[in-house]
Design a protein around this ligand. Sequence first.
Ligand SMILES: [Zn+2]
Length: 354
Amino acid sequence: MFVLDSHCDTPSQIHRLRNIGIWNGHGQVDLPKMKKGGVDGAFFALYVPSSLGPEESTAYAMELMADVYDAVGANRDSAAMVTCRQEALEAQAKGLVSIFLGLENGAAIQTSLPLLRLFHRLGVRYMTLTHSDHNDICDSSGPSQPRWGGLSPFGREVVAEMNRLGMLVDVSHISDRSFYDVLECSAKPVVATHSCCRALAGHRRNLTDDMIKALASQGGVVQINFYPVFLDDGFAARLSASGIESVGEAVEAEFIKDPSDPQKREAWYRIEDELASLARPSYRRIADHVDHVVSLVGPDHAGLGSDFDGISVTPDGMEDVSHFSRILDELRHRGYSEGDMAKIAGGNFLRVLG
Ligand SMILES: [Zn+2]
């Protein structure tokens, strides 16, 4: 079995001076925690905020990538950069954690296919087409008013070029119309690297049953996100009633501006503690979403994409990646065969990557 987390925002945290070589009190992901959680590999997402301008977006993605290469390079005895299934299996055999690269937000390629090719050449193996706002590629699920009404003409070229390169198209974050446009355009299976089921939690970022069926019919895979807001409507309501989110955003923005300031860091940790004190859904809720995908389309199209380090609050019992194996224990408890669990743990995603 190869246990893979298809999406975490750890590069942003490395950029905020996290040392992934040691056990961090407050971080959700570092190499010792991955080891403890039985995670053999993870996609580190180069997350580019929608607020950045075009050139800034590219430069920021490159900086994050440099941070990841440096961090993994400083931990050669425990981790390795990988780009394909074979390299990941070789790393696993040597006892190393595999670090893959994904790019979260196509804004980083501006309107340039050469930049897309460069990111691929530098090791990036999937691109999330957009984040919480529309970009030159397609509409996001964030704003209620469309810009393109789905995929833009440039977006169609991007999908075709990603197919040609062998780079996975990630449909997480994009609007429903963009989603169906991508399926129509893509000659290869596509992935949702960190998305939940709308039938279980109404957030518009989640996938409807029809979308899950359409994606699976083309051979793709849905990797369930651990964010309590996407897992559970009750939590989403409690969070929005608490008012912590808006305060938290300002505190986090200060921390991001100056991550070397211990006071700003501590202020952010206090927000995280406050969020954790809300009544949170159990980690078993993640297994409910996996169950739902499996009940719709079978065990070949489900997986796990935590969104750790990009989420300020986690399910109860899944505070960080060191608890990852609990989900597999829960699936085992629910009667999944070892073969099906191996698919969900990472086999499905590696199949599509291949
Ligand atoms: Zn995301």
